[in-house]
Ligand binder design. Sequence first.
Ligand SMILES: C[S@@+](CC[C@H](N)C(=O)[O-])C[C@H]1O[C@@H](n2cnc3c(N)ncnc32)[C@H](O)[C@@H]1O
Length: 259
Amino acid sequence: MLNTITTEAALENFLAFWQAHFPEQQTLTREAALAWFDEQRRGFSNTRASDQEMTAYQDDVSRVYGAYENAAFQMATVERIIRLAKRLPAKATIVSLGCGPASYELWLATQTDYRFTLVDHSAGMLDRARGIAQELGVTNQITMIQSDASSVPAVPSHCADLVFCLNSMHWSRNWQQWIVEAARIVKRRSCVLVTCTFFMPRSMITPEDLGEIMSRYFKNEGAGPLVPPVDVGNGMAAVSGRFLCIGRRNDKPPKRKKR
Ligand SMILES: C[S@@+](CC[C@H](N)C(=O)[O-])C[C@H]1O[C@@H](n2cnc3c(N)ncnc32)[C@H](O)[C@@H]1O
């Protein structure tokens, strides 16, 4: 169980889980996966897609998710999750907005007695998560809600000990509402863990806009690139576009914007 093992052992355990349950990463390159679901036309830069087209695209991505997602990002994210999850009480509730196939959450379910509410608009992503949950025998810890994550009235206010918005809200034009929804769902003094990509054409999240909305509801408990910059020589560094921030819910009501 999570509290009895070191973070290093937990990371090794997650890596084995990620490779076992998303085996397409061993048989398919990322380029082949992107070509298969026609990323160029349907994905990242597709600003015009309707919500229906976007969910159909995400349904296809779900089938090859292991080849699509970068293992280094998975490992960096789960390290943060482990540190936050170790501090939670028994039977804690975690709500994940834009959960995808729920690799982090399902692995965590095998390591804890926590309860998880998984929210995603893609039936394909939730089906993939359901299949893995069944294989693992953790379905009693999981509730799934197929919904747009910007408004999930089925999730009660202030019910969660931790809320995830991981690598998802940059797909949504309405991304600010995800933060508002996370602030509604999380318990007072509890945390939200957010990762996202800035300037993605569909959402155009900027560091300033993210900082502004986060600070309305959360005290900053850490923010920066998900993985450290890599030295590429000649005094240059390659910086990943994936950003992470952790916020702790303020007790104060949100500030009103000046007109
Ligand atoms: C790249 S995946 C990330 C999945 C998971 N959180 C992770 O980090 O592995 C993005 C997910 O966001 C979901 N998503 C995108 N827009 C959404 C929306 N408006 N409402 C709910 N889910 C959404 C997609 O269906 C997809 O499962």
